[in-house]
Structures are given as structure tokens and as C-alpha cells.
Design a protein around this ligand. Sequence first.
Ligand code: SDX
Length: 436
Amino acid sequence: MATSKGKNETVTLIDNVTGKKVELPLMTGTIGPKVIDIRRLYGETGYFTYDPGYTATGSTESKITYIDGDKGVLLHRGYAIEDLAEKSDFMEVCYLLLKGELPTKEQKEKFERDITRHTMVHEQLNFFFRGFRRDAHPMAIMCGVVGALSAFYHDSTDINDPRQRMIASYRLIAKMPTIAAMAYKYSIGQPFMYPRNDLNYAENFLYMMFGVPCETYKVNPVLADAMDKIFILHADHEQNASTSTVRLAGSTGANPFACIAAGIASLWGPAHGGANEAVLKMLGEIGDVKNIKPFLERVKKKDGTMLMGFGHRVYKNYDPRAKVMQKSCHEVLKALKVKNEPLLDLALELEHIALNDDYFVSRKLYPNVDFYSGIILKAMGFPTSMFTVLFAVARTVGWICQWNELIEDKEQKIGRPRQLYTGADKRKFVAIGSRK
Ligand code: SDX
């Protein structure tokens, strides 16, 4: 099949087998590559497209986030991630993602008030945790508990009611830190900490994580700022695997809590959000700068070893979030008076060697958001198993915005990819006694 661009922003596909031509419309976004609308393709040609991993397939229109992977650009509602990380805060970014505009002072105050009204979880949920083993991975707990929220908040599960959708969205953003901190407290056998609504989102999360009822917890402003920045940097990233999972689940009409639980499950994998945990494990295994080269040789031999925290489906340049994260990492370690952090030295050297090695250069493999985040989180006192949970807390706003956009999009249908069948052709059933 040959392709050629027509005059009226269409693409003509010519079937070299039958000679038949089909003209398909080209769609144009605000910025970014044009998109061929292939919805009529099967009807007119009898062909499906084949694109495992959706490397060249757009599944939706979206107004939320834009990435230029070649230039290393990330915009939320048109604002550069560097500006948001530097000049904004997480609540403001949540508002921006949800509503499309930065809030005025009054709008922001009201939004924060509304979110903090939902920070507690149903008291009965405390008992739900007891069903888990104490050594359960916190991501396993997150999948279960967030999935169970629809059993507690069925008054906000009618997806056709905009008000219920909004309440569910606020509930999810507000309760995720509470549930995440509870998962941690449960694993170390400490009592759950009720949220404190006089603290901001990041401060309250640190308080619920590291405070105990018998002592006054003093929030370290450096840690709270770093936490807030980490939340901003993870807030949304257009149609990544977990967001696409949320959208696919949402396309069936499933309730928002169930959809976000699906997103959490998808995020857990080491190729996606689980990479921040995997980076620390990898750095621990490398152990010393002298072991970097042999480690990279194993990666290059493709014996299954991957350079975790490197590479990205969309970025073929620096992930802009990794740059902010690297800078923040230095600031946090300095503020915490950590003079020598061997893991950071190791990560910097690993990055330097990889970025000068033809294997990684030719494949355009750069550090992604997960490469430095684990080092900051470790310095802040988070156990490795909580790293992906923090990603999930931050990404909840992105997931829920994308879910809302899906529900409001009249063009969306149930997500249902097709396939290239390569199994057996139709055959006759043979009774068990006659089988050889
Ligand atoms: C996130 O999509 C998003 O937006 C995700 C995310 C978000 O905010 O939502 O940005 C968050 O998930 C970041 C990515 C975290 N994952 C990791 O750090 C795990 C390590 N990275 C890889 O597994 C990988 O790079 C992916 C999964 C991130 C991207 O995979 P692609 O786009 O399918 O790329 P590919 O597997 O086709 O790789 C192309 C080539 C291959 O070599 P060749 O077959 O061409 O010889 O690059 C190689 C790969 O083997 N390669 C790597 C590598 N990543 C790709 N080689 C060594 N180490 C790596 N990390």
C-alpha cells in the first residue's frame, strides 16, 4: 500500500494488490504532527492496521498535555513543566489540569478548601487494611484499597452526572495521600495518622507518612517543597500506559474508582512507574563506579538487563522532568546536609558514561523522570517500595482529568482493538475418545 498526501488535507492510500484508492482525512491539532483518521479504513478496504504497543496510533483527541519528544518539551494546558515546577505548586497544577486554566487567588483557596474536605477516608476502610499481610507490597494494597473505594462512595459513581464526577475526582485526589500513607504505616505496624487540613497537600502527606500520634511532627520545608515538586513532575503525561488503561476501563462505563485502580495496576510495572523502584535496585546492584562499564556491557549484550530510568517511548531527547529532578536532587541533598551520597555519584557517572556510549546515543536513550526521583525519595526517608506509590498519588490528578475528558468526549466509544489472527483455521471437533 502506497501513501500520498492529497490537496484537501487528506491522505490517499493505494492498495497495490487491488489498485483501489481510499482517501482518508488528515486531522490537525494545535501543535504536533498531523493524524490520519483511519476510522473508515476497514469499511472501505477490509483492512485493519497493525500497531502493537500503539507506536503510531492516536487513541483520542486531548486538550490536557502536549509532549514534543524530539525537542524534550512537556506542556500542561500550554504551560511548560519547568515553569510549573519552579513557579507553581501541586494544588495549582491540579486545578490547571482539571479546569484548563490557572486559578485566581480566590479560586485556588476554594479549590484547596474543597480538596481538604475530602482527605479523610471512611472509618470502615481502616479495617479493610487488616486483610492484607503486613509484608504486602504497598502497590498491591493501593490496587485493592482504591478499587474498593466505589464500595464506600457509591454516591459519586454515576458517571453521567457531572457533579458526581467532580466529587469523585476531588475525593480521589484528596484521599490518595491518605491511603498511600496508611499502606506504609500498616507495613511498619504504626497507627494510621488522620490527615491534617491545616497543612498543604505535600506537608500533610509527609505528616501522615512520618508523624506518630505520640509526638509533634514538624514539617521540614525543604522536604515539603521537594515533595510538592515531585508531585508536579508526575502529575500527567498524556496517553502513557496507565492513563490509557484508565481511559480503556473508563470507555466501558466503569466507575472512576475502578478506573483509577486499573491505572494503579498498570503503573506498577517496571517498564512504567515501577522504574523508580527498579532504578534504586539497579544502582544498589552496580554498587560501585568501577562496576558501571561491565554492567553496561551486559545491557548491550541484551541478556535481559536494562538500564532502568533510561529510554522513553516519546522522548528521543532529555525528558525535561529528569533535568528538573536532577537539579532538585542536588538541592535536597545539600539542604539535608548529605555531603556524600554514593548513589547520586553513581547515578551521575552512569548517566555520563551512557550518554557517551554509541549504543545509548544511537538509540536516543536519555534519563527519564524515574532516573533521579528514587535518589531524592530515599534521601527524604521513603522506603524503596513506596516510590511507585508516590508516582500513583501524583498521577491520580492526570488520570482523573483524562477520564473526565473521555466521558465528556462525544466521539469516544468503548475501546476495542482488533487483531491479526494467526491461530488455527476452523476445524472439526473430535470427540475425546477418538483423539490421538
Ligand atoms: C515512565 O509513556 C510515558 O509517558 C511514561 C512516563 C509517564 O510519565 O507516564 O514517562 C513514565 O514510564 C518512564 C519510563 C520508565 N521506564 C524505564 O525507565 C524502564 C527502562 N526503559 C525501557 O524499558 C524503555 O525505554 C521504555 C519502556 C520506557 C520505552 O520502550 P520503547 O519505546 O518500546 O522502546 P524499545 O523497547 O522499542 O527500545 C528501542 C531500543 C531497543 O533496542 P534495539 O532493539 O533497537 O536494538 O532501545 C533499547 C531497546 O532494547 N532500549 C534500552 C532501554 N530502553 C530501550 N536498552 C537498554 N536500556 C533501556 N532502558
